[in-house]
Design a binder for this molecule. Structure first.
Ligand code: ZN
Length: 387
């Protein structure tokens, strides 16, 4: 036998593809293997994209775009996982109100008249929110454990009462100011409210406390024009949505853009030019914040001539806050409060009701609340930020 022919025969014998025909069963199995591996890869990639978009992007919006590092997805996933599993990193927490109480316990705030927020009722809530939505939220409020409505918004057994006290507090303060019992009032409640739309909870918010207080002032006290001024670092999409077509309420907002919730562009003006958005950019700081008020918001408010000014008082534009980077200082909150008081003196008999929204760095919150409430009390001196 020719040796080379013998070798060829051995080679033929080792691989069925060369064995004078194709073994289709083997080809099919190989093809299935390739498809399974490819499918698994595709599913993994899709899961990563979903995780990035639905879970991490929400958390990124909360912690601010400046936290997205050079590693893109991996970096943001690491941030998200850290936030997801470390409850002490969740920004909207009970310690916020403890911090507010702590600073307002100082001697210089002794003259304040204090009261406990009463619970609101469903008639008040439905001044701004859809009845079905309110009913559904009440139905799902848990008696134990937690339920998660979205990446930010969850309910524990205490949430319903806290939310109803937010509504009741804003309304009680409005009654006290409208009746002339007090010139102005600051309502320290949580969770905040300005992201809650007519039928949608979001961004820690369930019911829009200031919006409800505005409608209540109109209904019970005959106010023709109420203004909501929102200097929280996030845009109050809920308040804007509620009053979009309501010419009796002007909503004005400074906020960082781009940032959660994504609304609040200058061109969003409402059906009656009753929405005034003055978006600011990351790192803009106090000078640009004040300029936005001087050149955009205060002139519009003066023209509107509100009979009551409600403030969505969020302090997350403070430079220490972990959720944004607008870099305001306590002095800026003192300044804007005084400007709004001057305007309220001219058009609203001095009537201001201020309701706490955001503010997630406890030291920043203490400094800012001290400046804001100090101004509302008519304190002459500049704020003492050593709190
Ligand atoms: Zn905020």
């Amino acid at each position: 036998m020719n040796p080379s022919a013998h070798l060829a025969a051995v080679l033929v014998g080792t691989d069925p593809l060369y064995a004078g025909g194709v073994d289709w069963a083997v080809v099919l199995i190989d093809l299935i293997k390739v498809l399974v591996v490819f499918g698994a890869l595709m599913v993994s990639v899709m899961l990563m994209i979903w995780f990035e978009r639905k879970v991490i992007s929400d958390m990124q919006a909360r912690i601010g775009p400046n936290r997205a590092g050079p590693f893109g997805l991996l970096q943001s996933m690491a941030d998200g996982i850290k936030l997801f599993f470390k409850e002490d990193l969740l920004p909207e927490r009970a310690d916020r109100l403890r911090a507010v109480n702590q600073v307002l316990a100082q001697d210089r705030f002794k003259p304040l008249v204090r009261g406990e927020t009463p619970e609101g009722n469903l008639d008040l809530v439905t001044l701004c929110h859809n009845e079905d939505y309110v009913g559904e939220l009440r139905h799902i409020a848990p008696t134990s454990g937690m339920i998660y409505i979205d990446g930010d918004t969850s309910m524990s057994p205490g949430t319903w009462e806290a939310v109803m006290r937010g509504v009741g507090g804003a309304v009680a303060a409005t009654d006290a100011v409208m009746s002339g019992k007090h010139n102005n009032a600051f309502v320290a409640v949580r969770p905040p409210g300005h992201h809650a739309e007519t039928s949608t909870p979001m961004g820690f918010c369930f019911f829009d406390n200031v919006a409800i207080a505005a409608r209540h002032a109109q209904q019970k006290h005959g106010i023709a024009r109420a203004a909501v001024v929102d200097f929280d670092v996030h845009h109050g999409n809920g308040t804007q949505e509620i009053f979009w077509a309501d010419k009796s309420v002007m909503y004005c907002s400074t906020h960082q853009m781009p940032l959660f919730p994504g609304t609040g562009a200058r061109g969003e003006r409402g059906e009656h030019d009753n929405i005034v958005n003055a978006p600011l950019a990351s790192e803009d700081g106090g000078a640009k914040f004040r300029a936005a008020f001087e050149s955009v918001i205060l002139p519009q408010l003066t023209k509107f001539s509100p009979e009551l000014i409600l403030i969505s008082a969020g302090f997350d534009a403070h430079y220490r806050d972990p959720l944004a980077s607008l870099n305001l200082k306590a002095e800026d909150f003192d300044w804007v409060t005084r400007k709004l008081m001057e305007l309220a003196d001219r058009t609203a008999g001095g009537r201001i009701v201020s309701v706490l929204e955001g503010g997630y760095d406890l030291q920043g919150l203490r400094e800012s609340v001290a400046a804001h409430v100090g101004a509302l009390m008519g304190a002459e001196s500049r704020p003492n930020t050593s709190v």
